[in-house]
Every structure is written in C-alpha cells, then in structure tokens.
Design a protein. Structure first.
Length: 271
C-alpha cells in the first residue's frame, strides 16, 4: 500500500494525471533531488521547449525524479543502468506496463549522463531522439540547436575465435566467436560475419552473418555458426575437408575489426 501511494505521488508531481505512461516512451530527467537547482533549470527549459514545439503534456510526457528522494525506488535506476554519481541524467525511457512498474529501460542509448543544465545541445539532442521515435520528426526543424552528445559506443575485442570442420561422414562446420566490450559504454547494432577460403583460393566466402542488438560495457557475448561443409566448398574430391583460412569480421557504428586463423584438418596433422 505504501509503495503504491508513493508511486502515485511521484507520478503526479512529474506529469498530469491525464497523461498515461504505461508502455510509452518518455523524456526522463533524474537529478540528486527532485527540487534541486539543476532540476529547476532543466524542468523549466524542457517545459518551455515542449510548448515551443506545440506539444501538450499528454503528447510529450516529461518525468522528473530524484535519486535521493524518499519516493524514488532504487530499482528504477539500477535497471536503467545509471547511479547517483551520474546525475543529472537525461534519457528517453520506456515506461513499464502496468504503469506502477516505473521506467523500464533506456531506449536506443538515448542518454546523457552528468548533463549540464545550461548545455542546451545535450538536452535538445535527447528531445530530438524522442521526437523521431514518437513520429514527430517534422518538428525536429523547430528545435533551437542540433547535435546531441549521446554516449559514444564502447570498444569490442575478439577474446576467442574457434573453427572446426569435418568431411565425411559428419560434414559439420562449427565456428564460434566471443566478443568482449572493453569500454564503459554499451555497443549497439553489431554485425558478425564468418568467412573462409581454401588454401590457394584468393577469394573469401561468406559463411553467414549474425546480429547482436546490444553488448553492455564490460560484458562478453558469443555467437556460434553451424553449417554443412558440403554446401560451403570446403571438401576435396574424396569428400575430405581441406585446409583453409577463416576470418570473422565485426562491424558496429563506424568501427570494424577482423580476426583471422588457419585450420588444419586433424587427419593431416597426424600424418
């Protein structure tokens, strides 16, 4: 009962009761305290900006919260991926459904930590992202400034790359790559392509492409590829696997990395 009352008070302070939040994308601002000087400046700027865009409270929900307020649930912020020392934080957040769940996640890395209340470029950058997500792209030209300072991508490294292939009777190919994000920020939109070529063949052949939506900072993710060597041009006339080179190409944002290796069939190693 106490939790429900506190949550209702929190939401009523942030936006009008007429604006339903369940399942919606909101512009969320979190400072140390709900009424600290940073929040006062940010709230004033954002409400004026919303008015300048010709949007109402129900159309563009602005939610304001404080890390150290008694009504703020700590679980909100931990699942969003930021802490009190990151304040002020501004992001586009997806609200949970039912509404009492609170903010569910940051959407598409549209977040700025330690935002300066006077840094209008950062503030407007998050608003721009919200407008584009919610179908108000036609209003982007009405924004006073351009160029968000959204958090940069992290940095990926290949921590493990394996390749195994068999001729008859199994005709099985197994490839595996493990990517680790060694940066602090998340990496999004990752494409992983496995390639190979037999010895003496100058051209690389794609074995398949896989996608990874998001790798948080400090985390590792593995991707496996299983195939039939009869379909990949890796067999000789006797249906035995040939020695080959293998490669994985990883692309994310404007970054890319390539890791290569050599595969020697076990039967040749034993000779």
């Amino acid at each position: 009962m106490r939790w429900g009352v506190l949550f209702c008070l929190l939401v009523c302070m942030a936006i009008p009761a007429a604006a339903e939040l369940a399942g919606r994308k909101v512009v969320l601002v979190v400072t140390r305290h709900r009424q600290d000087p940073d929040m006062v400046k940010l709230e004033e700027y954002l409400t004026n900006l919303r008015s300048d865009l010709g949007l109402g409270r129900a159309q563009m929900p602005l939610v304001f919260m404080g890390f150290e307020d008694s009504s703020a649930e700590g679980g909100y912020f931990s699942r969003l991926g930021f802490k009190a020392q990151d304040a002020p934080v501004m992001c586009v957040a997806e609200w949970g459904d039912p509404e009492r769940f609170g903010p569910k996640k940051v959407v598409d890395e549209a977040i700025v930590r330690r935002v300066e209340p006077d840094a209008t470029g950062d503030i407007v950058g998050v608003v721009r992202n919200w407008l584009e997500m919610e179908g108000y792209a036609d209003k982007v030209s009405m924004l006073p400034v351009t160029g968000p300072r959204l958090e940069p991508q992290g940095r990926l490294e290949v921590s493990d790359l394996r390749f195994e292939a068999n001729g008859k009777p199994l005709f099985l190919l197994n490839a595996r790559v493990r990517l680790k994000n060694v940066g602090e920020n998340a990496v999004t939109g990752v494409k992983v392509e496995f390639l190979c070529r037999t010895r003496g063949n100058a051209g690389w052949r794609s074995l398949g492409v896989q996608e990874i939506e998001r790798i948080p900072g400090g985390y590792a993710v593995a991707r496996d590829l299983v195939g039939d060597t009869r379909e990949l041009g890796l067999l000789d006339a006797n249906q035995a696997i040939q020695p080959c080179d293998y490669r994985v190409r990883v692309v994310y944002g404007d970054q890319s990395l390539i890791e290569e290796g050599n595969f020697q069939p076990r039967e040749l190693e034993d000779q």
